[in-house]
Design a protein around this ligand. Structure first.
Ligand code: MGD
Ligand code: MGD
Ligand code: SF4
Ligand code: MO
Length: 897
């Protein structure tokens, strides 16, 4: 690496499917900083809170640096020989379908390509599935039904060109923040741009919306069926588009034909609001409908996708500037995984496993000994088959199914009982690595080299800027090495990621005369130099093409056999049971609450990376459950108390967050917390593995759970400089902060000796100075321990949820306490003169808390910009601007009352 001067490397953010360009600047002393790439067409320089904090997540703390076999370090030869031998012997004894790969939309295209080639072409099974099954499967299935292939017709630019953006089941403000910022900026520039949010919860995304439709869970098929009727009844059908380019309109329209009151009852939205939305949609030619997991993760996910696409086909609003349906991808390479056919029911390069011509073509191209002839097991079925002993060897790469799969306890038990489990990960200790026989250290973001494809089909390079640590290797390289050891040397002789990419590009163009949408033949002969320089581009980019085709289907050209786009009526209609014979999930209380799950702004999935960042860990520091105030009263749950959620034997404990942003009868729990960060918060243990019959995607948003107050005799809050080895509390949640960790605690029974508990928690040595205060009668106890001027730990115990200045206490870990007065202030949690408690962190970039924002508002700031000028909050990445606006609005409401 260059010495002397800092150098910049252009790469792509490893988090969400927006796919922002990032510039990593490496200084001669090895420190790294990141900024947005102003030239990248996804973000034009912007980054969200997670992207901005990337440099905080690349340290080697907790990294897996060597292969391990049964818990002991091993070298690569031993580990890979074992993997190859066990896979080969299992296949020899039980056939190719007795093994499986479970991979991830966070792998790079090159990794994914090699894994898929090995399983489908050389092992001869299609038992390779991916966490994209939990994420994009319904969108893929819906696209294939309507378009004949898995194509996203539009571009990000369409969001700026639209006059109406409908966001369905998408919390864009938190989950695709840079797209949200692009929309927010356009809305500010052009207030006539209308935004409608359709979500059972009033999320932060709803804060820029002109209309929020608080739909009942799974009411989407009815809502968009009703819209289709409305379009027809008000003369808004685009007859020429329908007759020239589509089929199936009549049947879909028959399904949609229902009166408004029936629709209203099914989707829980008042007729007047429906009319308002339907008229707005009908009269606005430039409409983009963006959808995400509130659509995909449902038992009716594929029908929801088609119900949305039907409305766009009916109005001819597809693939036109500012007018398209738009499924946004979650993971950085969900789209790339689809291109290589990394799912159990796909082949490669958008070819179909059921199609004999396609199979023969792929086999010929790969010169493979075999090719899988039928779809393999989809994620939920795959783990069932592992549990039943049908699959006897599994390789998991880049995903953490013990936390993220529905019925997660069964998944854990299945893996624990499986004869041979291989896990490739970047971390040594996750809930999934704990059940592995062989652990393989993978190269992480910043170290690995390859490509990813974002939501608008744009392929960008991830480039390394850090050396490979320990003996870590890139995923494609590990997979290819195992393939060679299994006797498939000729198909897997790659020495660089560029070679893999060149082959993938060549396959996309192989015998493709326009029959297949995915074609990047322009890059088929790419060499190392070209690959290094590869600038972001959109597919398709056929051989000889200079730029990609920007949009699909404005003038037909679908990939179905008849070349037409298909309207698809939902399955109730197809089954002849009439419109929505089965009602969508309503809110009955006898079966418990509807358990809706999803994401928070500053955490990523199972927190393996964002959990390392003090900045990102302050926004939401523990698992929570959002409950409507009336439901809280009925269930006897008080604000900030703890709630026990249960479903059968599975339980989780989370903090009550009582809010009228939540619907009655539904609760929302984030998916992120797990055994590494909380005592009892793996929410997927409570989620049933109910799947959409077409896509196999689990209904992760419509589980059920019962709620009860968790009766704690004592609550605690602590800050500690060193991470405790164990935390003997009935409830705990731990979060990183600058200088240490913060902990929330609760106990079914108060302890007799809090002092001993505290010292165990702090890991205190002999020369520790202790200040303590004990009010036995009131059940209050406080202790602070200092090692010289450094705070080693402080613990606060109370019979109710502890009310202390958390933000201020956290800062004390990084503060010097030379004077007794300063130490006493910690014990009293009383900021001394000139200091104050920031409150809960809202702006993670500048560490600005809610109290500081409230103070700015009290001193006269009336707009997000004014608060930003006064406090800096919201002036870097902008991810918190919706929350700042929320605080301003709430203060105004208070003032008006
Ligand atoms: N901060 C952050 N960003 C992320 C991720 C992350 O972990 N953290 N993960 C990335 C990934 S992989 C993904 S897939 C995306 C997901 O991005 P999103 O889909 O935007 O996120 P979710 O929070 O899973 O769910 C979106 C919304 O669906 C709503 N919903 C639930 N049920 C229904 C319903 O029946 N109908 C409708 N219309 N809405 C419903 C929920 O209330 C929720 O607000 O985010 C990506 N971005
Ligand atoms: N209840 C509920 N469950 C859900 C969801 C929900 O909304 N609700 N959402 C679902 C969705 S959409 C998704 S996408 C999944 C996500 O769920 P997971 O994929 O299980 O979550 P991650 O935490 O992203 O797991 C990624 C793992 O890969 C490791 N890793 C990171 N980089 C690399 C690499 O380069 N190579 C290798 N080999 N490993 C790497 C990380 O350390 C981590 O252990 O969760 C699903 N589960
Ligand atoms: S929006 Fe944020 S998380 Fe998503 S790619 Fe951009 S910087 Fe990364
Ligand atoms: Mo996802």
């Amino acid at each position: 690496m260059a010495t002397g001067a800092a150098h910049d490397v252009k790469t792509t953010c490893p988090y969400c499917g927006v796919g922002c360009g990032v510039i990593a600047t490496v200084t001669p002393d090895g420190s790294v900083s990141v900024s947005g790439d102003p030239e990248h067409p996804a973000n034009f320089g912007r980054l969200c809170s997670k992207g901005s904090a990337l440099a905080e997540t690349i340290d080697l703390d907790g990294r897996l640096l060597r292969p391990h076999i049964d818990g002991r370090p091993a070298d690569w030869d031993e580990a890979l020989d074992l993997v190859a031998a066990r896979f080969a012997s299992t296949i020899a004894e039980h056939g190719p379908d007795s093994v499986a790969f479970y991979v991830s939309g966070q792998l790079l295209t090159e990794d994914y390509y090699v894994a898929n080639k090995l399983m489908k072409g050389f092992i001869g099974s299609a038992n390779i599935d991916t966490n994209s099954r939990l994420c994009m499967a319904s969108s893929v299935a819906g696209h294939r039904r309507a378009f004949g292939t898995d194509t996203v017709p539009g571009n990000y630019e369409d969001l700026e060109l639209a006059d109406l953006i409908v966001l369905v089941g998408s919390n864009l403000a938190w989950c695709h923040p840079v797209l949200y910022q692009r929309i927010a900026a356009e809305k500010e520039r052009r207030p006539s741009l209308k935004i409608v949010v359709i979500d059972p919860r009033r999320t932060m995304t709803a804060d820029i919306a002109d209309m929020h439709l608080a739909i009942s869970p799974d009411g989407d098929v009815a809502l968009f069926g009703g819209l289709l009727s409305w379009i027809a009844n008000t003369g808004a059908l685009n007859y020429s588009y329908i007759s020239n380019f589509t089929t199936g309109a009549a049947q879909a329209l028959r399904f949609g034909a229902q009166d408004l009151r029936a629709v209203s009852r099914k989707c829980g939205i008042a007729p007047s609001q429906l009319i308002e939305f339907y008229s707005l949609f009908t009269r606005t030619e430039r409409t983009v409908t963006v959808y995400s997991q509130g659509v995909n993760q449902s038992e009716t996910g594929t029908d929801k996708v088609n119900a949305i696409i039907n409305c766009h086909l009916a109005t001819g609003r597809i693939g036109k500037p500012g007018a398209s349906p738009f499924s946004v991808t979650g993971q950085p390479n969900a789209m790339g995984g689809r291109e290589v056919g990394g799912m159990a029911n796909m082949l490669a390069a958008h070819m179909d496993i059921e199609n004999e011509t396609h199979r023969a073509r792929v086999q010929r191209f790969w010169q493979a000994p075999t090719v899988a002839t039928r779809p393999g097991r989809k994620a939920v079925e795959m783990f069932e088959a592992i549990g039943q002993g049908h699959i006897k060897a599994v390789w998991i790469a880049g995903t953490n199914p013990v936390d993220s799969m529905p019925e997660a306890d069964r998944v854990r038990a299945a893996l624990a009982a499986c004869p041979f489990v291989v896990v490739s990960d970047v971390l040594a200790d996750t809930d999934t690595t704990r059940v592995a026989h062989v652990l393989l250290p993978a190269a992480a973001w910043g170290e690995k080299d390859g490509t990813v494809t974002n939501s608008e089909r744009r392929i960008s390079r991830q480039r390394p800027f850090l050396p490979l640590p320990g003996s870590a290797r890139p995923d494609w390289d590990i997979m290819a090495d195992v393939a060679r050891r299994m006797g498939f040397a000729e198909g897997f002789s790659y020495t660089t990621a560029a070679e893999v990419f060149a082959e993938h590009a060549a396959l996309s163009a192989f015998e493709n005369d326009g029959e297949r949408d995915f074609d990047i033949g322009a890059h088929a002969g790419i060499d190392a130099v070209g690959y290094e320089a590869l600038a972001p581009f959109q597919w398709p980019q056929r051989r000889g093409a200079v730029t990609g085709t920007e949009r699909f289907f404005a003038a037909g050209g679908f990939f179905t056999p008849e070349g037409k786009g298909r309207f698809v009526a939902p399955r109730e209609a197809r089954a002849g049971t009439g419109p929505l014979a089965r009602l969508p999930a309503q809110e009955p209380t006898d079966q418990g609450f509807i358990l809706n799950t999803g994401r928070v702004r500053d955490h990523w999935h199972t927190m393996t990376r964002t959990g390392k960042s003090p900045r990102l860990s302050q926004h939401m520091a523990e698992p929570f459950v959002e409950i409507h105030p009336d439901d809280a009263v009925q269930s006897g749950i008080a604000e900030a108390s703890l709630v026990r959620l249960s479903k059968g034997p599975a339980q989780a404990i989370a903090r009550a967050l009582i809010t009228n942003r939540q619907r009655r009868g539904s609760v929302f729990v984030p998916m992120h917390w797990n055994d590494r960060f909380a005592s009892n918060a793996r929410i997927d243990a409570l989620v049933d593995a109910v799947t959409d019959p077409v896509s196999g995607q689990p209904a992760l948003k419509q589980a059920r759970a019962s709620l009860a107050s968790f009766n704690a005799a004592a609550y605690g809050f602590a800050v500690v400089a060193r991470k405790p080895a164990d935390i003997p509390a009935d409830y705990w949640a731990i979060a990183r902060c600058t200088g240490g960790w913060r902990l929330e605690l609760a106990f079914g029974q108060a302890k007799d000796d809090w002092h001993a508990f505290a010292l165990r928690l702090f890991g205190g040595g002999e020369h520790v100075d202790i200040l303590a205060y004990n009010d036995v009668g009131a059940g209050r106890y406080r202790i602070a321990a200092f090692d010289g001027a450094a705070l080693l730990g402080a613990l606060f115990i109370a019979p109710q949820p502890v009310g202390v200045a958390r933000g201020w206490l956290v800062e004390q870990l990084a503060t010097s306490h030379d004077l007794q007065r300063q130490r006493l202030a910690v014990l009293a949690t009383r900021p001394s003169a000139g200091q104050s408690d920031k409150g809960a962190i809202v702006c993670s970039c500048f560490g600005v808390g809610s109290n500081e924002i409230a103070a700015a508002i009290a001193s006269g700031c009336r707009t997000v910009k004014a608060v930003g000028d006064a406090t800096q909050a919201g002036t870097n990445c902008g991810s918190c601007r919706a929350e700042i606006k929320g605080i301003i609005d709430a203060k105004h409401l208070q003032a008006a009352e």
